[in-house]
Design a protein around this ligand. Structure first.
Ligand code: CO
Length: 501
């Protein structure tokens, strides 16, 4: 490696250390920190975040980047070195365009808005939150304008989460997906074959849930010598290095699915981060390719693996041993159907596989409308409820079960939601390819063997970290651009069988 690239890597390493330190504080905040530690912790996180940001956008970094760029100019553009320089340059140029004054104002407005949102949601009253959002939306439009010219005002927001993805592309994919998914959900609900999932709401000892969850993720391939699992209100994955990637989960003593599928989901994220090439450590390449690619990994393990029949053929007898009084009288088929019950509902995070994306498409349309100005903040509750009726046949009884349910907008996070649905589509597209490459995949899963699958994911996805752009990665691995067809085929096959369609 040349001396200038070496110097660039040293600078990037220091920034990565600051970010990792902030992540440790953030992890602690959500797991073990006593409640009164919050104000001091907020200052500590702000200081570390500011130091990392200032170092990254400094002139010295620009200088190091330029020298490293010259030094690597003749390398293969797909080499790790050339890709690193390219990735850092993209991010550097992007962050330099955002004035510190805007960042200060945005931070101030969103931290206040978050508290207002919490109260509005508790009181189920959108009107309390309206003026906060009326400050956030113009700030978001200003942000987009730092990146003008753009094809669409929503593009710069989307790009923060899904590099290179365009609003028009998402709109095209969702436009194809939505009517078919709405139709499928309607067919399921009209099939008259209601699935009874009351067995999942029996008593399940929390310590036993934890033991079972840990047993499962260990077998899947989550390396617990390089990871751990703690409890938090909202499950998440965080990493401080490739060799320290942690997850959290939550337990409900009267509902089994929450912990089991959250734990598998987060372990899916964690196995991705644990599988990144060590050569990328302490650089921006040591992360997932994008939010959608990351979510494709968690969703694949949670749904394609964790909600499949072969998976439970292997694990269900074990689960029954953990919970003989609650599940001893329940057969595998009843259990399999229960964990795959489809029912349109109000809350996105509780949605099943067949309805989930509809929640996302609704949010995407409203966000695009807000940015374009075709939807006003005042219109939101009504626009939300109208789409819920169109897509899921439901009208929320109040704003807490409708427009106020998600934290994202109060934090100014617009452009994030689409990645959840795109992640589901990526997972299904990858899954079709994996089934071609590993013809006895289901038999392996039925025997509790996951090494073949994890090996495939390591080789094709994980080790590359953020080296490739998300669209490029999907194309390289599956030979096709992202399309909703594999996902629709997956839903139709699985739920067609369960609901006798
Ligand atoms: Co996730």
């Amino acid at each position: 490696m040349g001396e200038h690239l070496e110097r660039l890597r040293e600078r990037l390493g220091e920034i990565a250390d600051l970010s990792a330190a902030a992540s440790v504080l953030g992890w602690d905040q959500q797991t073990y920190m006593p409640p009164k530690g919050a104000p001091a912790r907020a200052l500590q996180l702000a200081t570390l975040g500011r130091l990392a940001h200032e170092t990254f956008i400094s002139d010295a970094m620009g200088e190091a980047l330029e020298r490293a760029g010259e030094e690597t100019a003749d390398l293969d553009p797909d080499s790790d070195e050339a890709r690193l320089v390219r990735r850092v340059r993209q991010e550097y140029e992007k962050q330099r365009k955002v004035p510190p004054a805007w960042v200060g104002e945005f931070t101030r407005v969103t931290s206040l808005a978050h508290q207002v949102w919490e109260r509005a949601r508790a009181e189920k009253d959108f009107s309390l939150f309206r003026s906060s959002l009326e400050e956030i939306v113009p700030l978001r439009r200003q942000y987009a304008d730092f990146f003008a010219p753009y094809d669409h005002v929503y593009d710069p927001l989307l790009d923060d989460f899904e590099r290179g993805m365009k609003t028009a592309e998402v709109a095209r994919i969702f436009g194809e997906l939505r009517p078919q998914q709405v139709e499928l959900v309607r067919a399921i609900t009209e099939a008259g074959r209601a699935v009874d999932d009351s067995i999942l709401h029996r008593p399940f000892d929390v310590d036993k849930q934890r033991e079972f969850g840990m047993e499962v993720v260990r077998v899947l391939g989550y390396d617990l010598e390089r990871g751990r699992c703690d409890r938090s209100a909202h499950p998440f994955t965080t990493g401080f290095s490739i060799d320290d990637v942690r997850i959290t989960t939550r337990y409900d003593p009267n509902f089994l699915s929450d912990s089991v599928f959250s734990t598998i989901h987060e372990a899916g994220h964690a196995m991705y981060d644990q599988g990144i090439d060590r050569a990328f450590e302490r650089t921006p390449l040591a992360s997932g390719a994008s939010y959608a690619i990351h979510e494709s990994q968690s969703r694949m393990w949670e749904n394609h693996v964790g909600r499949s029949r072969p998976f439970w053929q292997h694990f269900y007898p074990r689960l029954q041993q953990y919970f003989p009084s609650s599940l001893g009288d329940v057969d595998l088929e009843t259990f399999y159907r229960a964990v795959n019950k489809v029912q349109p509902s109000f809350i996105r995070v509780d949605a099943d596989e067949a309805t989930y994306n509809l929640h996302i498409m609704l949010r995407f349309e409203l966000e695009v409308g807000l940015m374009e100005g075709s939807v006003t903040v005042a219109d939101l509750p009504e626009a939300w409820n109208a789409r819920m009726q169109d897509y899921l046949g439901l009208t929320p009884p109040d704003d807490a079960k409708g427009v106020l349910q998600d934290v994202h907008w109060s934090s100014g996070l617009m452009g994030y939601f689409p990645t959840y649905a795109l992640g589901n589509l990526v997972a299904a597209q990858l899954w079709e390819k994996i089934r071609q490459d590993i013809p006895d995949l289901e038999a392996q899963i039925g025997r509790g063997q996951f090494a073949g699958l994890l090996e495939w994911l390591r080789e094709n996805i994980h080790r590359h970290g953020a080296k490739f752009e998300p669209a490029e990665l999907v194309q390289r691995v599956t030979g096709k651009a992202l399309t909703p067809e594999p996902f629709l085929r997956y839903l139709r096959t699985k739920f067609g069988e369960i609901y006798g369609l």
